[in-house]
Write a protein that binds this ligand. Structure first.
Ligand code: ADP
Ligand code: MG
Length: 724
């Protein structure tokens, strides 16, 4: 192969790979993949077991499995919308295949008598079981199709890039895996008995049965690192047996090390730079307080005072404000913004989703317009034309505060005098994204102040490691007058009762969320699931106005649905976890969470935080699939017995470990690929020692390590930051 002759092939842009043109490269950038080597560190979220075919009669809801059978019958039906239903029979039972989108060619080929192999998630459909949009493979009667003999990795991906394409590219990169430079000091490798890097990377991408059992496992090693609940019966005889922990351990260590090096460097850099001091009093805030229908809590006042002190300094503020869901972080952000504006500076307020940005925008306009403070909304969905005026206003200083997602920090947006950057719901942004932002806000040799808000309740000591470059404040009090949320966990079979309850709640003028969850490998699948559920609820509750919001809708569609929900025109909002953070609709008082047993505790807590925001008593129904595993049961119990974010965080920490999925994306954690600061915190002392060793003896590896691990999805790297 000619490619192998190239010495630094791994450092080449991905377009050096066969079949990767600019269009694919652009999609890969969204995943933080720029160079060939980045593909190797794009690790699976989990694994699918396609190594055996299940009899339909043995299927259980929630399993992701392979089945084979013959189409007995196929029909196109109208149930609110057109769909194609195929009844697949394998002699043991019948499974419904449901298609919402289908071409006429598919309709023709999915007909009676056709033999199919399907892979998908089993869902309940009335009394029967179904798969919505399974992957289908046509079989010929007389041929024996081989099935996989290793687990199939599932990667985080992005719109328009299929798992299969991603797997193919990773396979190409794996041909060069031996060329990866070893960046850990030899002593560290020895001490922890890490296997060679290339072997670790290869095993995680293509897990083979029975990986070498000779290395002793650490006590934590009982963790079945990679294998999530989707592998239905682990102990089965003759199946693939796996313990990827010894391989993931090394990569977890490396990633934590890179994170640690990044944080140290950031802290060091920050002490060297200047910010504008903001000594004037915040007359806008005094004015706003007179018009607010409530007074800030003591905790809010204390945190606002801490922020004000920071803003009066000549070094940039870097403060993390942690406050449980509903503790009123927005108001604190507004106070900080007004302080900067009263001192003649502009403010950028950044939210993780368009949905939240839009909500902030509306609040700000309502609160600030009467004060003569001008808010500008910058959205990724605006046309260049729509955006130009807004951008001009910021440059001219007519706009005081700009709200948006990371679209705020595109090249075209410039400020006359940016003094403060506020990042809301921080856990979606990593340390290096934060630094890159600060860099973009730099004016002359002055850096903007930075305020970061998060609802993730993590223990203080951990926060110091996770956000080591930041100071830390806590809003440890909820506004008065909240009625506690009652939480129940119900077996999926009692769905009908839940639907009845929704009907009753809507009759009383209350509003309801129904959250559809899937393990997050693909937004597309999540959206499908939500569509299916919305159609079902629409059918079952004809008198209720049902709305649907998911990540695939355009910004303007999402906004309009959220607006209708806020106005009460939509009574029942079916949503994916896009509503997890920040959404504030006080009249919503019932939340139903599907597949609750699969979700992390902190994510459940965040979701539940969408209700209980008004004065009506709220409730949360956690629907689960029987039978519950031990950990899942404890998680649901924790949800039933407490609504205290810190207590939940502690229990979460206790319950982590065995059986946890490889990715940490779902945990509301700092964005790391494979490590989890909570789960892996026992490694931190060793990581810190290693970081000192790297800095002292291998300083040239610092950049290589941060580049390897801290590449951000928009293509920003720590390195770019450090070079400028
Ligand atoms: P979060 O901390 O989850 O971002 P929000 O800022 O969305 O919380 O606030 C939750 C709700 O509480 C909002 O409706 C907000 O207007 C209200 N709120 C904020 N501060 C107070 C307060 N001091 N007293 C009463 N209500 C408040
Ligand atoms: Mg918020």
């Amino acid at each position: 192969m000619t490619e192998a002759a190239e010495p630094d092939f791994l450092q080449q842009p991905v377009t050096a790979l066969r079949g990767v043109g600019d269009a694919v490269a652009e999609k890969l950038v969204r995943l933080g993949i720029l160079r060939v080597a980045d593909l190797l560190f794009h690790l699976p979220l989990r694994y699918q077991d396609r190594t055996r075919i299940y009899p339909i009669a043995s299927l259980k809801v929630g399993q992701e499995v392979l089945v084979e059978g013959e189409i007995e019958y196929a029909e196109v039906v109208q149930r609110g919308r057109t769909m194609l239903l195929c009844y697949l029979n394998d002699g043991s039972g019948t499974l419904i295949l449901r298609f919402f989108h289908f071409t006429s060619a598919q309709k023709y080929s999915l007909r009676k008598g056709v033999l199919l192999r399907c892979f998908g998630e089993v869902r309940q459909s009335g009394m029967k079981l179904e798969m919505a949009h399974p992957e289908c493979h046509y079989l010929k009667a007389d041929e024996h199709e081989p099935i996989a003999n290793t687990l199939t990795p599932t990667y985080p991906t992005t719109e328009g890039l299929q798992q299969r394409s991603l797997r193919r590219l990773i396979d190409l990169a794996l041909e060069h895996v031996e060329e990866l430079p070893d960046l850990l000091p030899e002593s560290v490798v020895k001490q922890h008995r890490f296997p060679p890097l290339a072997q670790c990377v290869r095993m995680l991408h293509t897990p083979q049965g029975n990986p070498s059992p000779t290395l002793p496992l650490s006590r934590e090693g009982v963790r079945d690192a990679a294998l999530s609940s989707s592998s239905p019966d682990k102990g089965r005889p003759g199946g693939v047996s796996f313990n990827l922990e010894i391989f993931s351990r090394r990569l977890i260590f490396e990633e934590l090390l890179a994170h640690q090096l990044g944080v140290q460097q950031a802290r060091h850099e920050l002490k060297q730079v200047q910010a504008h001091t903001m000594p004037e009093t915040n007359h806008y805030w005094q004015q706003l307080l007179r018009t607010l229908p409530f007074a800030p809590t003591d905790a809010q006042n204390r945190v606002i005072a801490e922020i004000t002190t920071d803003l009066q300094q000549t070094v940039p503020m870097n403060r993390l404000v942690q406050g449980d869901v509903g503790s009123g972080k927005t108001l604190v952000a507004v106070a900080a913004a007004l302080h900067a504006i009263a001192n003649g500076f502009q403010v950028a307020l950044m939210a993780p989703t368009e949905l939240l940005a839009e909500q902030h925008y509306q609040n700000l306009v309502r609160w600030l317009e009467p004060l003569g403070v001008e808010t500008v909304y910058i959205s990724g969905n605006q046309t260049p034309r729509q955006r130009r005026r807004k951008v001009e206003n910021l440059l001219l200083g007519i706009g005081h505060i700009a709200v948006g997602t990371h679209a705020l920090f595109q090249r075209t947006v410039e400020f006359l005098q940016l003094g403060l950057i506020i990042i809301d719901e921080q856990h979606r942004f990593g340390v290096h994204q934060r630094m890159a932002l600060r860099e973009k806000g730099k004016q002359g040799d002055h850096y903007p102040h930075q305020l970061v808000m998060t609802a993730t309740p993590i223990p203080r000591t951990l926060a110091m490691t996770a956000y080591g470059d930041l100071d830390y404040s806590v809003i440890d009090e909820l506004p008065p007058g909240r009625t506690p949320i009652t939480t129940v966990a119900l077996n999926n079979e009692r769905r009908d009762e839940v639907i009845e309850r929704i009907s009753a709640a809507c009759r009383e003028g209350r509003q309801v969320y129904w959250v559809c969850t899937l393990i997050e490998e693909s937004e597309a699948l999540q959206c499908e699931a939500a569509e299916v559920t919305a159609a079902m609820l629409h059918e079952r509750l004809p008198h209720v106005a049902v709305g649907l919001v998911h990540g695939r809708l355009h910004g303007s569609e999402k906004e309009s649905i959220m607006r209708q929900f806020k106005l009460g025109e939509i009574q029942l909002l079916v949503a994916t976890t896009v509503i997890e953070v920040g959404v504030d609709v006080p009249n919503a008082s019932l939340m139903v969470i599907e597949n609750a047993e699969r979700m992390g505790l902190s994510q459940l807590h965040q979701l539940r935080g969408r209700v209980g925001r008004g004065s009506v008593a709220s409730s949360c129904v956690l629907l689960y699939q029987h039978p519950l595993g031990k950990t899942a049961r404890k998680r649901l119990d924790a949800m039933r017995t407490t609504t205290d974010g810190f207590m939940i965080a502690d229990i979460d920490l206790e319950l982590r470990g065995p059986g946890e999925v490889l990715g940490t994306r779902q945990t509301g954690d700092v964005r790391l690929r494979i490590a989890s600061l909570l789960r892996d915190q026992h490694l931190l002392p060793a990581v810190q020692t290693a970081a000192r060793e790297v800095v002292a003896h291998y300083p040239e590896r610092v950049e290589a390590l941060t580049q390897r691990w801290l590449q951000q999805p928009d293509g920003e790297t720590a390195t770019q930051f450090f070079q400028s």
